[in-house]
Design a protein around this ligand. Structure first.
Ligand code: 4AD
Ligand code: MG
Length: 462
């Protein structure tokens, strides 16, 4: 940092008034009267801006050229108690240096902009009040997650981003190759010949780190990953990104009940941490984005999460069928309208849906004694749908091999995964927490594009 410069946050909160200080920041608004001018300066260090007051007599008129919304300034002056009602303190500016001028073309003028418009200027929307708030919350959410797992004795592990497995088996992978696209080498059979590709085999960006987290959990006990995840899912919705972050804890000797308790404790911990550290951001976003934000925090912090089995959910949905575009019966996957009905109408808060039919879930979920459901739990939340997907893993070699065969998976590709069950198998469980979905729920932002600094979604990479 430039020597002697203090953040706006410190200027507003630390020490008393009457002291001289220097701050740097971007001008949110500037207005000039006959004798005085006011600028609101924000440097992102906190939600509040610092009001700078300029006695025009102390400056040359030329000093203010280019000083308008969007400009970057360095100001030195004395912090004083403010006469205005908006703030306790302000800066009586004595020296002004325009680090970066602006002009009336700057896209973020004072008027309110739609999030759709702001998405077209991702390099500038970062400076708006909404997005600085969201990205500060993003930071606090990430550190809260690390704190939660560290405090419980989990090891933070780093599985690869390039992998040969398609964990979720949905075929929504981005392939990684260095083969020339204009002349892909083919075998006689017409299939692509990967022998000359970089890894000498087919490779993908990871869709989930779970399979690689399992060997680590079956050695270190309790581990978690926190990294980028890539899905070439052709869903152009407000909930799907092609590149998002996932937190994947994996625990030896945990059954589904332990797993669900950890999910609930984790969500509660991070919500309480954000409520404590992001007071100003939550108040601002409640006012401008989502009036129900405070009640969301209440639902997470002060109520036990509801639970329902998939079969129970089907009964509930059955009696409410008339309202749905797509009718569902046992064995069908839940669509957005059904998930919303469960958490918004039936339970009005986060709800675990457990024990899905085996046919709806990937091969690694543990088959239950009924032979048709698996030991799994999805956590659904109002407005954002599925935040967490988790399960107890199939630890029985024969059952796992049978499930893989049923899903048409080549056992050779997953030999190592089967070997974990051959030697020293152990009951174990884990889950995947969608970082952006969680942040959407905690910030009130309704589109995943607005919680990622540079969103990558189907058909779009601004
Ligand atoms: O339910 P999913 O697909 O679960 C897994 O990948 C497991 N292998 C996780 C595990 O058990 N270790 O994904 C987990 C979560 C979802 O609940 C959702 O919150 C988020 O990841 N998610 C997405 N978030 C944004 N954009 C997408 N396209 C997402 N797909 C999943
Ligand atoms: Mg899922």
């Amino acid at each position: 940092m430039i020597e002697g410069v203090e953040t706006v946050r410190d200027a507003l909160r630390v020490g008393g008034t009457g002291r001289r200080t220097t701050v740097c920041g971007w001008v949110r608004t500037f207005r000039s009267g006959k004798n005085v001018a006011f600028a609101s300066i924000n440097d992102g260090s906190c939600h509040d801006s610092l009001q700078a007051v300029f006695e025009l007599g102390l400056f040359d008129p030329g000093d203010f050229e280019g000083l308008c919304t969007g400009a970057c300034v360095r100001l030195t002056g004395v912090l004083t108690d403010s006469q205005g009602r908006e703030q306790d303190r302000e800066l009586r500016a004595e020296e002004l240096e325009l680090l970066g001028p602006s002009d009336s073309d700057y896209p973020l003028q004072k008027k309110k902009h739609s999030n759709e418009f702001l998405r077209t200027v991702p390099h500038l929307r970062t400076r708006s009040a909404t997005f600085t708030a969201v990205f500060r919350m993003r930071h606090h959410l990430a550190t809260a997650i690390h704190d939660f797992f560290r405090d419980r004795g989990f090891f933070y592990v780093h599985p690869p981003l390039i992998t040969s497995s398609d964990c979720e088996g949905a075929g929504e992978t981005f392939q990684v190759t260095t083969l020339p696209l204009s002349s892909v080498p083919l075998r006689e059979s017409g299939e692509v010949d990967y022998a000359s590709d970089f890894f000498r085999r087919k490779a993908y960006m990871t869709v989930s780190a779970q399979l690689e987290a399992e060997p680590l959990a079956l050695a270190l006990g309790r581990v978690y990953t926190f990294g980028p995840t890539f899905r070439a899912d052709h869903s152009d919705t407000r909930l799907h990104a092609a590149e998002f972050w996932m937190i994947e804890p994996e625990m030896a000797f945990f059954d589904l009940e332990d797993d669900m308790k950890l999910m609930e404790d984790c969500v509660r911990f991070i919500a309480s941490r954000l409520e404590e550290l992001c007071h100003a951001e939550i108040a601002f976003l409640s006012e401008t984005v989502e009036p129900a934000l405070a009640s969301r925090y209440d639902a997470m912090l002060r109520k036990k999460f509801s639970r329902i089995t998939y079969s129970g959910a089907m009964e509930l949905l059955g009696s409410a069928q008339d309202g749905f575009e797509r009718k569902v019966t046992w064995g069908d996957d839940l669509g957005t309208e059904h998930e919303r009905y469960l958490c918004e109408t039936a339970f009005d808060g986060p709800v675990f849906v457990t024990d899905y039919p085996a046919t709806l879930k990937p091969f690694y979920h543990r088959l239950s004694d009924d032979g048709r459901t698996v030991a799994c739990a999805d956590l659904l939340a109002p407005q954002v749908g599925e935040i967490i997907g988790g399960s107890q893993r199939e630890e029985r070699l024969e059952v796992l091999a049978g499930r893989m065969a049923g899903a048409g998976i080549d056992p050779e590709t997953y030999r190592w995964y089967l070997e974990l069950r051959r030697w020293g198998t152990a009951p174990h469980s884990g889950f995947g927490l969608g970082f952006e979905r969680m942040l959407m729920y905690l910030s009130g932002m309704s589109n995943i594009r607005d919680v990622l600094p540079f969103p990558r979604t189907y058909g779009s990479m601004v």
